[in-house]
Design a protein around this ligand. Structure first.
Ligand code: ZN
Length: 142
């Protein structure tokens, strides 16, 4: 199940898939294979859709959401990504607004709040560090 940027988006996609007829009021199509979002053109005989880059409801840039939906943050990923941005545990903890001990526990693989992994993903994305679905890291292509 892919996580979308907001509840409106998730709802619209669910409804669009449920009622694919021309009478449907729900117009966002999500292509899971290509990870792309598109607005269905109403009453178009060819059933075409216009690709969109931002969520019409919450204005999230959809590429970021896509990365977040598929990315997997693990303690190993965190350590590798932290090395890639040349930060100490203390610096990274400060950057994501968590305590040093929380980050230390996370990197040790101890149970932490799911929010920690999400903050890490977001932070590394901002540093242009991409994380894929197997937890490997790379750089976004410019
Ligand atoms: Zn949204």
């Amino acid at each position: 199940m892919v996580e979308h940027c907001c509840r409106m988006m998730s709802f619209e996609i669910q409804e669009t898939n449920a009622v694919p007829s021309a009478d449907s009021d729900h117009l966002v199509r999500y292509d899971e294979r290509q990870n792309s979002y598109a607005l269905v053109i109403p009453n178009d005989p060819a059933g075409r859709a216009m690709p969109i880059s931002y969520c019409p409801w919450c204005a999230t840039k959809l590429r970021r959401v896509r990365a977040r939906g598929l990315a997997v943050m693990t303690p190993d990923t965190c350590r590798a990504a932290r090395k890639a941005v040349s930060m100490t545990q203390r610096q990274l903890a400060e950057a994501i607004g968590e305590s040093l001990s929380t980050l230390f526990r996370y990197e040790m693989g101890k149970p932490t709040d799911q929010a920690v992994a999400e903050k890490l993903l977001r932070f590394f994305e901002e540093c242009q560090i991409a994380v894929d679905r197997s937890g490997r890291i790379g750089r976004y292509q410019p």
